[in-house]
Design a protein around this ligand. Sequence first.
Ligand SMILES: [Zn+2]
Length: 337
Amino acid sequence: MFGAVIHAPGDVRYEKRADPTIIKPTDAVVRTVATCVCGSDLWRYRGIAPVKQPAPIGHEFCGVVEQVGDAVTTVRPGDFVVGGFNPSDNTCGLCRKGATANCLHGDHYDGAQAERIRVPQADGTLLATPGLPADDLVPGILALSDVMCTGWHAALSAGVGPDTSVAVVGDGAVGLSAVLAAVQLGAPVVIAMSRHDDRTALAREFGATHVVAERDEAGSAAVRQLTDGIGADCVLECVGTEGARMQAVGSVRDGGNIGLVGVPHGDLPVNELFWRNVGIKGGTANVRAYLPHLLELVLARRIDPGRVFDLELPLAQVAEAYAAMDERRAIKVLLRP
Ligand SMILES: [Zn+2]
């Protein structure tokens, strides 16, 4: 089979790889129907994270089960499935608390931007749809494998609810998903911090009530102006850079909460947060815990997180997908084998 391999910063190739097989009885092999490039894949593509040796890449997918190991009971060959970017058994002590991202038996994929994928912990990772979904639902289902669940995680971590004002830092696919999550969780004020017209338009389509284009102190001042002069109850930080993290600190009200889901590249002023009584929570999303509810919303067409994909390419053109996202010609690229 063929799949994407990152060789060096700026160098992703579509090349022949070994066909995945069942290694453990808890594995499944899935034929990819759709996969995509993640903002976090760009850390290596841009040389910000190291590429020590050529490595298969990608961790988002949906597809059809081809084989299952002897111990797998919840999915069978022919099922259409979606799985999270962080495999989990869904049965250990942490998974039972909903902390599936930190599963005691967690695992990873050997590159999901590929024609076929070995899925570890198939019972606890994969969720099957009832029958084959309509083709136009595939982008929305694919978005659940990472960005939508990550936006949801930001919102839950910050305590978003029906009485909260929310500001979202970051207008990439996760930030836009966080807007959708905050609206879905009933927040009456949802401020998207964005200065790109296409992303702003999608944020509004997802239900953002306000857009703030300014950054730094001017951005925080604009958020305060929209929130009775005090700052947002909940700030969802969906980038991870030092600048974005400080934007979140500057935009949250005293006593509010920041939900952090951007992969951290920079510290937080913990002492300031203490004196301001600001809560910090976040990390990688508990995808498997959120999947059942969010899949139901997608299949019922109540949300369409697949709108974050604004470019679709054949998987063979994966190198162009990385270039398009790196150069911000695309928010997020969907790839089909
Ligand atoms: Zn577990």
